[in-house]
Design a protein around this ligand. Structure first.
Ligand code: MG
Length: 368
């Protein structure tokens, strides 16, 4: 089975014929490699389409400039694929992992994750990385002969590593490391862009951070004085380019000095996908700024609290009337605790699906 780039993959990339088995054996496809099929299965699943209507940081009430989970995912995928090709890694696996990485997020941004975790603590808790695995292994129902998407071992292991990444142990494949890094670079740049567009932070405030100041200086040198809107967009682009370029160079150097000759070598080495130390430190400074001023700023925090309360209330309403949960969710696992079933159902909702359910169950009079 020939996949694009098969002949130029580095020896430390996951090779096209090393995708590993599927839980339910299937015949090979006529012209797509197993990893290309995985990518397509993720692309065509219902949870992927729902990303279009799920909040990344800002809900739909904020207008239509900012990123949704879907556009965030596509930005991560594009960035990770470009870097995968430049580093001679497996682009098909990288794309599949990128498209899958945020499938498990509940509606209404990060407020939802904490609430669902508290409510389901006694049955194992909730986190979005684990939920993405649950979606691709159990919740999606697209094939008559097996539950989930029946993905290859390499694809599942990538997401399993994300779900367990705070534990000790070996490094993941470079493709997994790359998607993780691309996710972080993408949201740093686009969250700053979105926050500025919506007026949650001011341009001068972002100039408190080194990374932003440096990107601003690069833009000034190249374009001279610009009005604020074009300047902002040019700086976001310069920032993204700086971080992605920095990642490419530092990772190329790390690979050249560590000299892995196989995936097994990579797994035994400290992570090789990285930024140089100075850029990493500046990146952390920008993330600290975004955390304090945006993610935990008064405006986002206020809507976050309201959403958390409503999410908890909606789960409680379904627990009181579990017959309102669609049969397909109750059939995911015969002996599942009703809390897990309610959490699965609510977590799969889009923001607007959640709002419709809220109006139906909690606010039938339409007061808010
Ligand atoms: Mg993400």
């Amino acid at each position: 089975m020939l996949a694009l780039g098969d002949d130029i993959l580095a020896p430390y990339a996951v090779q096209a014929d090393a995708a590993g088995p599927r839980r339910y054996p299937e015949p090979e496809h006529a012209y797509r490699s197993p990893l290309q099929r995985d990518r397509d299965r993720i692309l065509h699943c219902a949870a992927f389409r729902r990303l279009a209507y799920k909040t990344q940081v800002y809900t739909g009430d904020w207008g239509d400039y900012h990123r949704s989970r879907l556009t965030h995912t596509l930005e991560v995928s594009a960035l990770a694929r470009s870097l995968a090709r430049a580093l001679r890694l497996n682009e098909d696996l990288t794309e599949a992992l990128a498209l899958m990485h945020d499938l498990g997020h509940p509606p209404l941004g990060h407020a939802g994750e904490e609430v669902l975790n508290e409510l389901s603590a006694h049955v194992g808790g909730f986190n979005h990385n684990q939920q993405a695995l649950r979606i691709v292994e159990k919740i999606e129902q697209r094939y008559p002969d097996f539950p989930g998407l029946n993905l290859c071992a390499a694809t599942l292991q990538g997401q399993q590593f994300r779900a367990a990444k705070h534990g000790a142990g070996e490094s993941p494949t470079l493709e997994v490391q790359l998607v993780d890094a691309a996710d972080s670079i993408a949201y740093d740049a686009h969250d700053a862009d979105d926050a500025l567009e919506m007026g949650l932070v001011q341009y001068d405030e972002l100039c408190e951070t080194k990374l932003w100041r440096e990107a601003d200086a690069m833009v000034a040198e190249r374009f001279g004085r610009l009005d604020l809107a074009p300047r902002r967009r040019a700086v976001v682009r310069a920032l993204l380019d700086r971080l992605a370029g920095g990642l490419f160079h530092a990772t190329s150097q790390a690979i050249a000095s560590a000299r892995p000759t196989s995936v097994d070598d990579v797994l035994q080495m400290p992570p090789l996908v990285r930024l140089d130390e100075a850029t990493e430190e500046s990146k952390r400074e920008l993330e600290g700024f975004l955390f304090d001023r945006v993610y935990r700023g008064p405006v986002v925090l206020k809507s976050r609290q309201r959403h958390a309360e409503r999410l908890a209330r909606l789960v409680e309403l379904y627990l009181a009337q579990p017959e309102l949960i669609p049969t397909e969710f109750r059939a995911i696992e015969a002996e599942a605790d009703v809390v897990r079933t309610a959490v699965d159902y609510v977590a799969c909702m889009t923001d607007r699906g959640f709002t419709a359910a809220w109006r139906r169950l909690a606010d039938p009079g339409g007061g808010g």
